[in-house]
Design a protein around this ligand. Structure first.
Ligand SMILES: [Zn+2]
Length: 460
């Protein structure tokens, strides 16, 4: 299990593996041979549960888990856990082949239903490097069949996805990979294995409800080169897109996640509402290589499939002459038709997301709207505050004016009162003066009369 080969493996019957490094262990990368059950990582007295996600390739950030670099670690597995490789790393930058998988998307912008592990790089060439690797959209890859009956393909599957920039762990169905050359053969083979068409479309409905994709994409209804499982994937997605809103269909997922309908459903090579995607543009996140070139690289991870030259020749050309997606005419990976839409048909073309706002854009707009509403509410609050302050100021002004008016009135009344008092006082004085004058007048007359009387008596 430490030979650097993912295809050799050990079954940990003993149940535990001990590791030691004098300079401490910062992280672990475990390549399981079969999907693991949760296991325990022990450092001294501390034990941490790992593997809850059941990733086939699991990265463990030991430094983060224990807050230090332990020299000794014990990995304790259930008996029969099958491990291909365990890598332990000291502190520092990780090699880029270490796959640090994120869990499946919370919500998917794009959901790709790939018939098998390798179709995502063949007939869907360009899609994953461009939308996941370059644009960083939430891309959920869902495999319609699994390859857990082989040792190599589940590793190739993850290696290929990692190469093209997918970071959310894929969903892999429980349906086996059964050989068929027509749709009818596929249905017969699956029915023979205990699965119906409705099981497949029901599985797709469950994924649509769980991941709420805005855009869903799958195969050609003619199965590209006629592969029955590809036809099945296309027809099942058509059926799923009609039934995903019916809460009576697959009631369990309807109850758990609610119903959901993708805004757009595209099928490869579908002739109606067809758009042409350009996968030959250099991508920044891949050092100027194109989406098509990256998908070619992704396909090369599927070494087990190289024994079938047909598909490799289709993607690379028999003399490796195919360098651009546009060189491929048969089953062109650039041609997709819009099978179903709730947002109208494409007018520009060239992009699955025409008329669709990705979740990141929706969130950014929601944040902006909330911010605008907050600012508006703040402005309204301020305006209201100002209005109230103004009202208060006016009321105070009126109160003061009223007080002043009253004081003036009182002052006038007092003045009036004083005036009246003065008047009445003056009137009293006049009376006294009058009396005095009158009495003085009477005295004068009396004196005159007396003087006259005296003069008259002197004259005799
Ligand atoms: Zn296939």
């Amino acid at each position: 299990m430490n030979d650097g080969n993912e295809r050799t493996f050990t079954t940990a019957d003993c149940g535990s593996v001990s590791l030691h490094n004098d300079n401490g262990i910062a992280s672990l990368y475990i390549v399981f041979n079969k999907l693991p059950d949760p296991w325990t990582l022990v450092s001294g007295e501390n034990a941490v549960e790992c593997g809850e996600n059941r990733f086939l390739h699991e990265f463990v950030d030991v430094k983060k888990l224990f807050g230090q670099l332990p020299e000794d670690l014990t990995l304790s597995f259930d008996n029969r856990t099958s491990i291909a490789e365990i890598y332990a790393f000291s502190d520092g930058e990780l090699p880029d082949w270490v796959q640090v998988w994120e869990p499946p998307c919370e919500k998917a912008d794009l959901m790709l239903f790939s018939g098998h592990a390798d179709d995502e790089h063949l007939f869907f060439a360009g899609i994953l490097p461009y939308y996941a690797g370059e644009l960083g959209l939430n891309v959920q890859v869902v495999y319609v069949t699994n390859h857990f009956d082989t040792y190599d393909r589940p590793h190739e599957q993850l290696d290929g996805l990692w190469t093209v920039g997918v970071r959310n762990y894929p969903v892999i169905s429980e349906f086996p990979d059964l050989y068929s050359e027509t749709y009818d053969q596929a249905i017969a083979a699956y029915e023979y294995s205990g699965y119906s068409f409705e099981d497949v479309s029901g599985f797709m409905v469950d994924q649509i409800r769980r991941f709420k994709p805005l855009v869903a994409v799958s195969h050609d209804i003619n199965g590209e080169y006629g592969h029955g499982t590809h036809c099945l994937a296309a027809l099942a997605l058509m059926d799923a897109s009609e039934r995903c809103m019916d809460e009576k269909f697959r009631t369990e997922s309807a109850q758990e996640y609610g119903v959901w309908e993708p805004s757009k459903v595209y099928l490869h090579s579908y002739e109606e509402n067809q758009i042409t995607l350009d996968w030959d543009i250099p991508l920044e996140n891949f050092g100027g290589r194109t989406a098509f070139e990256m998908s070619q690289q992704g396909y090369l991870c599927h070494q087990s499939q190289m024994i079938f030259p047909g598909l490799k020749n289709w993607l690379f050309g028999s003399n490796n002459q195919i360098k651009q997606a546009k060189q491929i005419n048969l089953y062109s990976p650039c041609k997709f038709g819009l099978y179903k839409t709730t947002v109208g048909v494409d007018t520009e073309g060239g992009d699955f997301f025409e008329n669709v706002k990705t979740y990141a854009v929706q969130e950014a707009e929601a944040i902006q709207k909330a911010e605008e509403e907050r600012i508006k509410a703040e402005e309204e609050r301020k305006a209201e505050e100002e209005r109230l302050a103004e009202e208060e100021r006016k009321a105070e002004e009126e109160r003061l004016a009223e007080e002043e008016r009253k004081a003036e009135e009182e002052r006038l009344a007092e003045e009036e009162r004083l005036k009246a008092e003065e008047e009445s006082l003056r009137n009293k004085n006049n009376l006294i003066t009058g009396v005095i004058i009158t009495s003085s007048g009477a005295a004068l007359i009396a004196a005159v009369l007396i003087i006259l009387a005296i003069k008259r008596s002197k004259g005799r």
